[in-house]
Design a protein. Structure first.
Length: 162
């Protein structure tokens, strides 16, 4: 834990976190028609693979999601609920980073599918399991369809120094 705290104050850590948060916001807001709503593929969720490479992605994804959800129009519940689910998923991804590469990518899919569906079910008046399937499908496309190739590319190129 002490090593993690030392890294948290470093210039590299802060730069990585700032870039990741900014990318998350830009991708979500820039692709708003497919980033929000009942059926969505939030392309920025591809970035949820980054805790495998750097702990800086954990607060970055939380902050990026928090700010991006301000533009989503579902209010405080989505702003806080969505970003909290993202924070939990990012921490779980980081803790699983030494497992085979498909395992650490499960938390963003599962946490979002099951947790976000709870409040979207209430807000949008849509059956809970329909929300789980909808969000889970969108997350699977973003995380495994886009994020996994991104993760492999970044690992191969060693673009994320630790």
């Amino acid at each position: 834990m002490l090593l993690y705290m030392k890294k948290a104050g470093s210039a590299l850590y802060l730069a990585q976190a700032a870039v990741i948060a900014a990318l998350y916001i830009a991708l979500t807001v820039g692709l708003a028609p497919i980033s929000y709503g009942l059926f969505q593929v939030r392309v920025a969720e591809a970035l949820t693979v980054l805790p495998v490479l750097t702990p800086a992605a954990i607060p970055a994804l939380f902050i990026g999601c928090l700010i991006a959800n301000i533009f989503g129009g579902l209010g405080l519940v989505d702003i806080l609920g969505g970003s909290t689910a993202t924070l939990l998923a990012a921490a779980a991804t980081y803790s699983l980073r030494h497992r085979p590469e498909v395992i650490p990518l499960l938390p963003p899919v599962l946490f979002n599918a099951f947790l976000i569906s709870i409040y979207l079910h209430v807000i949008l008046k849509v059956p809970y399991w329909l929300m789980v399937l909808s969000i889970g499908a969108g997350q699977t496309v973003a995380v495994y369809g886009l994020g996994l190739p991104l993760l492999r590319y970044l690992k191969k190129r060693r673009l994320f120094p630790q």
